[in-house]
Design a protein around this ligand. Sequence first.
Ligand SMILES: Cc1cc2nc3c(=O)[nH]c(=O)nc-3n(C[C@H](O)[C@H](O)[C@H](O)COP(=O)(O)O)c2cc1C
Length: 391
Amino acid sequence: MLRLRRCAAVMIDVREDAEVDLASLLTGGAPIRRTQSFKAIAAHLDAEVAVDPREIAALGTLSAEVYALPDDEAAADALASLWRKRLAIADTDDDDAARADAAVRSAHWRGLSAIAHRHSRWSGVFTPDTDPDSYARSLSGLVARLGQPPEAAPQRGDREGRTMLPRPAGSGVNDLLRGRATCRNFDRGRPLPLEVAASLLHGVFGAQHAVTVPAGAEVLKKLSPSGGGLHPTEAYVLALDIAGLAPGFWHYRSKDHALDPVRMMPAAELREFALRALAGQDWFADAPMLVVHACRFERSFWKYRQHAKAYRAVILDIGHLSQTAYLLATELGLGAFVTAAINEADLERVLGLDPMREGPLAISGFGYRSAAQTHPEFDPAHAVWERDGEA
Ligand SMILES: Cc1cc2nc3c(=O)[nH]c(=O)nc-3n(C[C@H](O)[C@H](O)[C@H](O)COP(=O)(O)O)c2cc1C
């Protein structure tokens, strides 16, 4: 007999499938047959698991913390089935599921956030936006399919009492902000000089100072804010075409301002992998340098244990890093982008990451703009293309 406990975080999703019921239709009955089913969605399993009401009831008898011998004979079959489906873990288990469940626990995930994180990861997805025939390729296509979106700028307060505001005078930061536009046209033949890559990495991810508190913990000062000052985001560089740097995956050591090799790869193979990591977005895959933002959840959640806001905060951190990256790239005369449409699970495999301890959440990319504008960019004021004079 196994001593069991249930996995750390699991939700039961009630599904409804609709099928045309021809037999019923021909005899004047309801044309659609609806059937309900249950899926267990767990923070330690990539796949959803079909469960029945007996298994759901049995799951409710198990402690999440304490391993125990089942004492309800009637539920023994259902518990054994939960164990086979890896929703119940035995104290002697040492397989992938048991290790993944241990990672959810030791990283102090809040259950719902953990489930949302694991099940929003992609592997092998090519986004519909990359299909030339997809309605999602243009705003007009989207409107034709989905109708008008909610208005761009909503009216909320009392219009009668409106106060018009003075327009801000120009400034260096304002000019920089105006000169930023997401780049979807990189010059594939132009490598990124190592010192330019280094400058970006130093500004976006580099530790400007390191302070050790008397209790021993080290605090890093960086140029972007970070929830709890913990800076949990690691940078993995895909060196596709950086002068003087072998193609492959490098980890940026923020304290030392150095790149450590993680996995080298022939350039062509790395390009292919980059396209896959970017979910098929070929307009981004031409960039000579990609940076994977991977969050070390266990560092942030060390402080924010099972915290309702913690997962939101680490994602916000990456938004700040991305904007810092955009601005520094703009100042350096580079094009930049960020995307969350990535195949995280494929990246985790290559980088050897456990997604519940350290997970990729976004990719930024950098490089010189190409003269040709093949893919659309959003620069209505022509602050980018006319200023550069290269378009
Ligand atoms: C979180 C986030 C995710 C994004 N993901 C994508 C993406 O998957 N593909 C893409 O082409 N652009 C992506 N973008 C870029 C936006 O499309 C772009 O910011 C927007 O169109 C406004 O253009 P601008 O950045 O030039 O002002 C993303 C931007 C952000 C902030």
